[in-house]
Design a protein around this ligand. Structure first.
Ligand code: SER
Length: 874
């Protein structure tokens, strides 16, 4: 029997023998198509080649492509064949062969390699595609009645994403026999039943659909075929569902072993869902996607949360999905080595996400059951948008999950009501951070449109001569800016760097002859217009004045050093932590730098030290920093690192440091790493899930930091009256002395308390022959209270002790009773349960001993009074 891996290999070999270049799968996160969340088909990586927008280096290709589709997500696991993640076998022609060869090879591979019976293969073609009909019928010999003509819905492949190659298609079906069918006399390919299973789609690319949906003829026709590997394997291995094919079944078995469940009855759907979703998550996270609340991150979050709902259904309440990463890597790591490289990160990401959701899943499910019960009682059919939103916002239930659970009880969700709630929240969010900046931004936008592109000369010059294009003041364009007035100046060319790509804007002065000086306090960049903000210090400035832009030289040098250090840092992080590290944000200032990157775990001390040392070595090697201008395509080819989600123009700047680092970057840099001097990481923390942040300093930043530390040491040395080198020993000895003193004080306090025991007993209230002794302490812990209660109980055979103590602004309660008192009906645990509420807490225990804690130490007295009252009712 052909196993999944045999299918991959046989397919690629078959087309290799027919002169196809074997191309590895591209990432699930499409790098060059912002309109696509995920790679949805084998053809995605070849879109530019079909469109004819790149030079072709080969005209035939074949691949096994990782794909991810989200349509029908709620069916995944419930049906036998739907997947979110799947592999697609495909062969492609870019202006080379067309229908004849594509059809012939699909037939030969099916009948020769896969040994499908010729009689069992049916085909469909596009309504008016007579050419395909002729080939299938005349060249291949498929009988007329087995060639079905289907409409646009079934047999016209639309583009992947908003635009791209498309065309009519022809599909191959395998007739699995009447026993799989619906027995309808009309049953044939296209029928919804299980008899005719579509397994291969041959697309004859003839058009390029533009973003407006218009079809334009392609400069050259092409072939794009796609065959879902899992689906093919069910046919070849003659099993009932994709979950019974060899690789997925290994995962089913893993889950059964771990959970001691059998793959039968009600367990089947949950296990399928867990298998499918964990594999999809593993591949997507390995390719750099992270669970979040937006875009592809949200899809992953939905998948994981859906999977967790079903793990709970089969009785697993602990984080579990991350455990399946290892078996997935074991099974598929050979074909997809990136899985091996990233597995520990993938595991951490999943585990972290699992933990977060499981914290609220239980309560969320309870809340949702209540909502459903209430609706049923009132015979209502719809969950309100508000309730669905609370489930989303407070308990982390993706809307689609609420919809799916609701539908299991025949209920709907008010989707538009949900949307309204979501918008209200978004607005609230916007108001709280945007403030009044929106008007300002709009003004800058309009200035940029008016002024057009500014020439930036600051890579090579500190001072540039130019004339003033526009002057702005209080959100108006004006002709002149007078002394002491603040405003903005836009020149034709400038040496000032406008804030962009994380690097802060330059400061400095703009001056003109006659002593006119405008102090630039910040520089912004809007589109490609550079805008100087500041104040006229002397004289005045008019439109068309000839001026000199002069940056603050030292600050810029420091910024340069920090920017180049950021590049070295990214390279060192990738070396130390792995290639999953990508820039997720940055801030480069003269005095410090901040770098956010994708990585899940906090860095260990050793990792931080290694990164620091790598960066410093590259600095001390004094490596040349080169910048090159090239096309985006060329930059991508040379594997220069780009910032994900950033839109680049066609011509880009690539900054390279020897063969150590290469990044697309428009910022300013030192020309030699030696100028960075020294690099030090100050902090490593997490600004959000899946992202870590490093704050670091070089040159002046480090000098300032050192001076501050020096001051602290100096002060300590003076206060402690020892040389700086002795400070650690001196501090240690002080701490020891303090500890001893504390112990001594405690001992004395304890002794004095024992003396007080008699007076406590004297104050007892006697009820039903039981002495109820209550007392409130300060700073006495539970152990100490227990010790005192033991002394009292040994002295008084019929006693109940009710103690309370305020410790670290918290309330502690301890009740203890003698055996006699218990016999007379005292139950400390029960009493405490009622009383603990008064101190804002909870607790419990046995009849003879119970303890509790709470947050309101002010009410200890009241709680003790209540305890005495309860005792009197026994
Ligand atoms: N693009 C087509 C599909 O995905 C054929 O590869 O079905």
């Amino acid at each position: 029997m052909l196993m999944i891996n045999d299918l991959r290999n046989s397919f690629l070999n078959f087309f290799k023998e027919r002169d196809h270049k074997i191309i590895p799968s591209s990432s699930l996160v499409p790098k060059e198509d912002p309109t696509l969340l995920f790679t949805t088909a084998g053809m995605v990586q070849f879109k530019p080649m079909f469109a004819g927008s790149v030079k072709l280096e080969y005209r035939r290709a074949a691949s096994v492509q990782k794909c991810f589709r989200t349509s029908d997500l709620e069916n995944v696991g419930k049906t036998k064949r739907h997947c979110t993640f799947f592999e697609m076998l495909g062969n492609f022609s870019f202006g080379d062969y067309f229908k004849k060869e594509a059809i012939r090879w699909a037939w030969d591979y099916s009948t020769d390699t896969l040994s499908f019976s010729k009689d069992d293969i049916w085909v469909s073609i596009y309504l008016d595609d007579d050419e395909a009909f002729e080939i299938w019928h005349k060249d291949i010999g498929v009988s007329e009645n087995k060639i079905i003509r289907l409409g646009k819905e079934d047999n016209f492949w639309g583009p992947a994403g908003e635009s791209g190659a498309c065309g009519p298609c022809s599909e191959l079906y395998l007739d699995r026999g009447a026993e799989y069918g619906c027995s309808s006399p009309d049953c044939k390919p296209g029928c919804d039943c299980e008899r005719f299973l579509e397994y291969w789609n041959l697309v004859f690319n003839q058009y390029n659909q533009d973003v407006n949906g218009k079809l334009n003829p392609l400069p050259q026709t092409g072939i794009d075929t796609g065959m879902g590997l899992e689906r093919l394997a069910t046919l070849v291995q003659n099993v009932d569902s994709i979950y019974e094919t060899d690789e997925l079944y290994s995962l089913v078995k893993y889950i059964c072993n771990e959970s001691s469940l059998k793959y039968e009855n009600d367990n089947i759907t949950p296990i399928n869902i867990i298998v499918e979703h964990s594999r999809a998550l593993c591949f997507a996270i390995s390719d750099g996607a992270y669970p979040s609340n937006e875009g592809r991150g949200y899809v992953l979050r939905r998948l994981l949360r859906r999977a967790l709902r079903f793990t709970r259904m089969i009785g697993i309440t602990e984080p579990f999905i991350h455990k399946i990463v290892d078996p997935i890597v074991e099974i598929m790591g050979e074909c997809y080595p990136e899985l091996r490289k990233t597995s520990s990160n993938v595991k951490s990401v999943i585990q972290g996400e699992e933990k977060r959701f499981l914290e609220t899943l239980e309560i969320g499910m309870e809340r949702l059951s209540e909502i459903i019960d209430e609706l049923k009682q009132k015979q209502k059919k719809q969950i309100s948008g508000k309730d669905a939103f609370v489930l989303y916002d407070t308990y982390g239930f993706p809307l689609e999950m609420t919809v799916e659970i609701a539908s299991e009880s025949d209920l709907e969700v008010d989707m538009s009501g949900f949307e309204i709630e979501m918008n209200i929240q978004k607005e609230r969010g916007k108001q709280s951070w945007k403030g009044s900046d929106a008007g300002h931004e709009k003004f800058f936008e309009s200035l940029s449109v008016k002024a057009g592109e500014t020439e930036f000369t600051g890579y090579d010059e500190n001072i540039t001569e130019s004339d003033i294009l526009l002057i702005g003041k209080d959100e108006d364009i004006v002709d002149c800016l007078c002394e002491k007035e603040t405003g903005i100046i836009i020149t034709k060319a400038t040496s000032f760097y406008g804030e962009a790509g994380g690097q802060v804007g330059d400061r400095g002065i703009i001056k003109s002859s006659g002593g006119n000086v405008f102090k630039v306090t910040d520089t912004k960049r809007v589109n490609n217009t550079i805008i100087h903000e500041g104040e006229v210090q002397s004289g005045e400035f008019k439109t068309n004045d000839m001026v000199q832009t002069e940056i603050e030289n030292i600050e810029r040098n420091l910024t340069r050093a920090n920017h180049t250090a950021t590049h070295l840092l990214q390279a060192a992080l990738r070396k130390t932590l792995g290639d999953h590290v990508h820039q997720a944000g940055s801030r480069v200032e003269p005095d410090r730098l901040r770098f956010d990157f994708t990585h899940f775990n906090p860095m260990s001390r050793e990792e931080i030290e290694e990164v620091e040392s790598l960066v410093n070595h590259k600095i001390w090697e004094s490596l040349a920093v080169n910048t090159e201008i090239m096309t985006l395509d060329k930059a991508t080819e040379t594997e220069a690192l780009a910032v994900f989600d950033e839109k680049y123009e066609d011509i880009v700047r690539v900054v390279g440091i020897a063969d150590y680092s290469k990044e697309l970057c428009g910022g300013t840099h030192v020309d030699n790493t030696g100028k960075i001097g020294i690099f030090k990481i100050l902090r490593e923390a997490s600004p959000g899930a899946g992202v870590r942040r490093i704050e670091a300093v070089t040159l002046k930043g480090l000098w300032t930091k050192n001076k501050a530390q020096e001051n602290i040491l100096h002060k300590l040395s003076k206060e402690l009256n020892v040389p700086e080198s002795d400070i650690p020993y001196k501090v240690e000895s002080i701490i020891n002395r303090l500890n001893n003193l504390e112990k001594e004080i405690k001992k004395q306090k304890r002794e004095s308390l024992v003396c007080e025991v008699d007076s406590m007993i004297e104050k007892a209230v006697i009820t039903n022959g039981i002495k109820v002794i209550s007392h409130q302490f300060e700073g006495i812990d539970t152990d100490e209270m227990r010790r005192l209660s033991d002394i009292i109980r040994s002295k008084e055979q019929d006693s109940l002790v009710c103690f309370g103590s305020k410790v670290n602004n918290k309330a502690l309660l301890l009740f203890a009773a003698t055996n006699n008192a218990v016999k007379k009906g005292v139950d400390c645990g029960k009493m405490l349960k009622q009383v603990a509420k008064i101190v804002g807490g909870g607790g419990g225990g046995r009849k003879d001993m119970a303890q509790a804690g709470g947050n309101n130490p002010e009410t200890i007295g009241k709680a003790l009074e209540e305890a005495v009252k309860l005792a009197s009712n026994i």
